[in-house]
Structures are given as structure tokens and as C-alpha cells.
Design a binder for this molecule. Sequence first.
Ligand code: SAH
Length: 352
Amino acid sequence: MSLADHLAARIRTEGPLSLADYMGDALLHPVHGYYTTRDPLGAAGDFTTAPEISQMFGEMLGLCLAQSWLDQGAPGAFTLAELGPGRGTLMADVMRATAAVPGFHQAARIVLVEASPTLRKAQAATLAPHAPHWIDHAGALPDAPLWLVANEFFDALPIRQFVRDGAGWRERRIGLEGEALAWGLGPTGPQPALAGRLADTGDGDLVEICPALPAIAEEIGQRIESHGGAALIIDYGDWRSRGDTLQALRAHAPVDVLDTPGTADLTAHVDFEALARATPSAVTAMTPQGVFLERLGITARAQALARGLRDAALDSHIAAHRRLTHPQEMGNLFKVLGFHPARAIPPAGFQT
Ligand code: SAH
């Protein structure tokens, strides 16, 4: 039975599915889910990410986390966590860049939040020297000081989409037309989660919510506020959701969201306002990735690395620096938000 057959059977018994239900199965179904069954990253996969483009990304984030740890008095035992670590590349770069920070590695207990058994294996191979621990969700993070990074994690969480209809909302749903999956709209009704959005939307506007996001931001922020720490959340998105940002990617090209579920990556832009609202910690200004990396010194690091490179390797290094930072590449589309305790200074790289 394919995932499309499974979803069709579900729709026949339960009725049309919310987009979040569809995405949940498409991404993480235990047998057919996209992340469950494959390593989607890199040139041979479906998409690539900043840590896979250049080691400089993880190095800058690692130094930022270690500086924040020093700024908060270098607590002797803390959690160094990552949400959705992919192949483990980012954490490996964080560890290499921080190896010379006295006491940082000794005090860090590495905890990875990862749902995919396939990617857990890849992370175990990459991070074996650092003896990481895995947990299933942010609620299982230790009650301890927490320094955390999440790159392209929140964009992979299932979303719901609503279309404004007068003073109410209609949910976009996935049903059946004959045997084929097809989009439809649910009945008009009030949506308590969208009460605040009647003021800034008009008839026919589409808004998205990510039901799992607030609880995750709350779990992280609560530990940071009570025990100390910081979180760096990097993703594509903006302040407050507006419009349809759902996309499906296969082999680096956009495909139809309903085409062969479980075989394409599904993502949506992250609503950074929702993250900031849900955390009990203080938050930094939302900052474009390019600006953030420049403030952390990526250009000096790029120049130092360039001295050891020639020809094609040098060209691709220069292209990677540009890709991570240039406003027309990832520099502006991706944003960074920091969480920190209200009593502590914000992590480096954000304007204070
Ligand atoms: N951060 C990595 C990978 C991004 S892809 C990088 O930048 O390269 C998204 C990652 O989040 C994958 O590791 C995926 O398996 C994981 N993931 C997606 N949904 C998840 C969930 N609900 N819980 C835990 N991990 C999840």
C-alpha cells in the first residue's frame, strides 16, 4: 500500500484531512514518510541547507553559542541541543569551531531532537566522537541550562491553512475526487487561534498557522529563562504569516504538493512572530541571515579559508560565502531569531 492509498483510505473513513494531518503523514509516516525513509539532503537529494553549503555556517553559530555561554558565566553542566540536525553537519562544525574554548566541550551534553530513524543513523556516524543523546521532542530536553540551535527545523512542521470568509474562516483541506487526492475548503466558522488576524486581513486572504510551534518555543524558552542559555533559530520566513507559502521540492525542483505523497519535501515559511510570542524568554530582533553572519565575522573567516584554496575549490568557496550571505541568495530570505534570559545580554550578531 502506498502512502497515497493510505491517505485515501483515511479520507474515506475520517472525511477530508487538514493540511497538517496530510503533512504529518507525508513527512513522518512510520513506513512511508519522507523523512522516515531517506536522507533528503545534498546534491543527490531534494534540497540543500546552509550547513551543507559551507562549514562556515556552523562555525559562526558555534562561536556565537560559546560566547553566549561565556557571557553567562560558563555554567559547568549544560545541554547543547539541536532540533532537526539533518546529517549532523552543523553540530560537527559547532564542535570543531569551539574545541579551543576552555571548558565548553567538557560542560556540554549534546542532545539531538530527531524524528527520523534514517537521519539519526547519519547523525550517529558524523557525531560519534561527541557521544550525542537523542530525544523525540523538545519537551524531553533536560531541565538544565540550554544552548540550542535549529536550522530549517520549524519549516518542516505541519501547518494548517485558512481562507478568510467574512468574519470567519474556511480551512483548506485534502479530500478525494474519484480516487485522486484533491484540495477543498471546509465550512465557514470562527477560528479562535486567528481572532487577532481579523484586523489585518481581508476577505479571501490566506493565513497559515503551525499548531506544534508554540509548545516547542515554550519548552525551549522556559528552560533558557529558568536555567540560563540561548537559542538560535534560523529559517526562511518572516514576521507574521500572510499568503500561501507551502512548497514541495523533489530533486531541487518544485512539484505539486499532492503528487505522490512521501516522496517530496514539504515546507512552509516560519512565522517568527509566533515564536517570539510563545517563548517566556526574552527575544532578539529578527535579523536577516546575511547580516547576522557578517556581524559574526564570516567574511574574515572566508578570507582565512580562501588562503588555503585554489582553482575550482576556491571558486566554490567564494560562491558558498555569497550564497549564505548575499541578499539575493539566502541572505535575506532566511532570518535568525535569538532567545535569551531577560537578565542576560543577547547572543552576538543581533543589534541590541
Ligand atoms: N538542520 C538540518 C536539517 C534540516 S531538514 C540542516 O540544516 O541541514 C529538517 C530536519 O528536521 C530533519 O533532520 C528532519 O528529520 C527533522 N524533523 C522534521 N520534523 C521533525 C519533528 N517533528 N521532530 C523532530 N525532527 C523533525
